[in-house]
Design a protein around this ligand. Structure first.
Ligand code: F6R
Length: 274
């Protein structure tokens, strides 16, 4: 059904876990599949199901991973599945989207620390198989080149998990007139610094910079799963799925990717319906 395939599709699936109903929204060049789930727990379970299926189909899969609050439920579900023997992560390779700069990996605020605690170790990812940009490199440009090379050497990313910023950023590709293709050092926007300050005791402790995969790195992933929960993400999700493709909403570039699923809870879907 090529006509229908050219439309953005909002789908509510029944299993697992249950969704609400089926909708469609504005016409785009490439359809973004949008799954609306009842709540954050259902969203996390559904996302875990996709990741687990990917790894069951290909135990050597290369996964792209995100940090922040959104994927915590996904990681909790995946760890539970791994510990119950329902999925085996021992042969996967993972690459994280980003890391603060400058930050040492031992710092509990680092994304390295977050990943080790919430996913890599409890899920049983083999040491040496997980990768994240070094937030404290002697040479930033060399570190960015090294990270890109590592991803290429691994054969590229099979499934990339994304969160989304309130301003539409993915990874830390912030809204701008020009976006960068490869891993690079970025200055975080005020919106992002304010959003991230909830993880820090003092606002002045929030890092102002990060190393992030570029838009090209993300767009080369063979499949992309973007997760969003809560009303604060509703506008960014609307602009991503129904808006113009613009560098001022970096996630809107996902409309140009052939295999993207956006998974949202009802609050984040607020402006998609009707
Ligand atoms: C984190 C990342 C960011 C976050 C985004 C949303 O690795 O790449 O794009 O996904 O800032 O963060 P949360 O989930 O905390 O709202």
């Amino acid at each position: 059904m090529p006509g229908a395939q050219r439309k953005n599709m909002i789908q509510f699936e029944s299993k697992p876990p249950p969704l609400d109903s089926v909708h469609s929204c504005s016409k785009k060049v490439i359809p973004i599949r949008v799954l609306i789930l009842r709540d954050y727990q259902s969203l996390s379970e559904r996302a875990a199901h996709v990741v687990a299926e990917t790894v069951r189909a290909n135990p050597w899969a290369v996964l792209g991973l995100a940090t922040g609050s959104t994927p915590l439920g996904l990681y909790r579900e995946l760890v539970r599945m791994a510990q119950e023997g329902r999925v085996d992560f021992s042969r996967v390779t993972t690459f994280n989207l980003d890391e603060y700069y400058p930050i040492k990996k031992e710092n509990p605020q680092s994304y390295y620390y977050y990943m080790r605690q919430n996913f890599w170790e409890p899920a049983g990812i083999a040491p040496g198989s997980y990768h994240i940009p070094n937030g404290d490199p002697a040479d930033v440009a060399a570190e960015c080149r090294r990270y890109e090379r590592k991803i290429k050497d691994a054969g590229g990313i099979d499934l990339q998990i994304l969160g989304i910023g309130v301003n539409g950023h993915i990874g830390f590709n912030e809204p701008a007139e020009k976006l960068q293709a490869e891993t690079h050092l970025v200055q975080l926007s005020e919106d992002t610094i304010i959003a991230n300050s909830r993880f820090f005791e003092k606002a002045e402790d929030v890092p102002r910079h990060a190393l992030t995969m570029g838009m090209g790195t993300i767009m080369k992933a063979r499949r992309i799963l973007l997760l969003a929960s809560g009303e604060s993400k509703a506008e960014a999700i609307r602009d991503t799925v129904k808006g113009s493709v613009t560098t001022m909403v970096p996630a809107s570039l996902l409309q140009l990717h052939p295999r993207v699923t956006v998974m949202v809870d009802r609050e984040a879907a607020k402006y998609l319906l009707g």
